[in-house]
Design a protein around this ligand. Structure first.
Ligand code: GSH
Length: 224
């Protein structure tokens, strides 16, 4: 059996994307999959599909505070959330951060995983800004990027290449049927299968014929 390509469309403004990202990072060493990170722009998906951030409904926002907290504990991801965080999402865009992440994907994709994680850490664990230039520079430093390289990426983020790449990835997610994030697309049996949500990875496992071992699977120890 060949390996299944699993694409994860995500935006660092989305806490549920962080949960899905960490679980798939764990399973990429266990399941017979090739995991491909697809940084995209949630604001673009919302606009194109006419959807709205769920936290705009006050009762839903109230529930989400508890849900994200509980999911973070269960998934062992250090996400924490307060009502202010939702206000911060509505006030600031993740466009700059997602362009920066796109630029790294185009130049040094090996940094994609640590860089994305550091953006989530800053926004959803430390509750700090990710939209200002200084914030992006601080995140890049945390992810181990040199200041020269960070500057090169900052120069790239206003280029048509980076802007178009982010736009194309977002459009691709929409073409697969995405209306929110995380959007996971598994290419199985010659067809793309879309899954919405970090809580649908057990179902993904079932569809692609893999075993679900919970959100924190133990990695089998290698034979000596
Ligand atoms: N139940 C899902 C999960 O556990 O991951 C919720 C995911 C979710 O609410 N994602 C937000 C979204 O795009 C972004 S953080 N929502 C769109 C929608 O609910 O229609």
């Amino acid at each position: 059996m060949g390996r299944t390509l699993v694409e994860l469309f995500y935006d660092v403004v989305s806490p549920y994307s962080w949960l899905g990202f960490e679980v798939l990072c764990r399973y990429q060493h266990i399941w017979n999959i090739d995991l491909r990170f697809r940084p995209a722009f949630l604001g673009g998906i919302m606009q194109a599909t006419g959807n709205k951030p769920p936290a705009m409904l006050p009762k839903r926002a109230e529930y989400m505070l508890k849900d994200i907290e509980r999911m973070g504990k269960y998934y062992q991801v250090p996400v924490t959330v307060s009502a202010d965080d939702f206000q911060r999402i509505f006030g600031k865009s993740s466009l700059g951060a997602m362009r920066f992440i796109t630029a790294i994907d185009m130049t040094q994709p090996k940094y994609l995983e640590p860089l994305s994680r550091e953006f989530w850490m800053r926004f959803w664990s430390q509750h700090e800004d990710i939209s200002q230039l200084e914030s992006i520079v601080a995140v890049a430093g945390q992810a181990g990027l040199s200041s020269e390289f960070t500057q090169k990426l900052l120069d790239m983020i206003s280029s048509p290449e980076v802007k178009n790449r982010l736009k194309e990835t977002t459009e691709e997610a929409i073409k697969y049927g995405a209306f929110g994030m995380p959007a996971v697309v598994a290419h199985f049996n010659g067809k793309p299968h879309l899954f919405f949500g970090s809580d649908r990875l057990e179902l993904l496992a079932n569809v692609i014929g893999e075993k679900w071992l919970g959100p924190v699977p133990s990695v089998p120890s290698s034979k000596m």
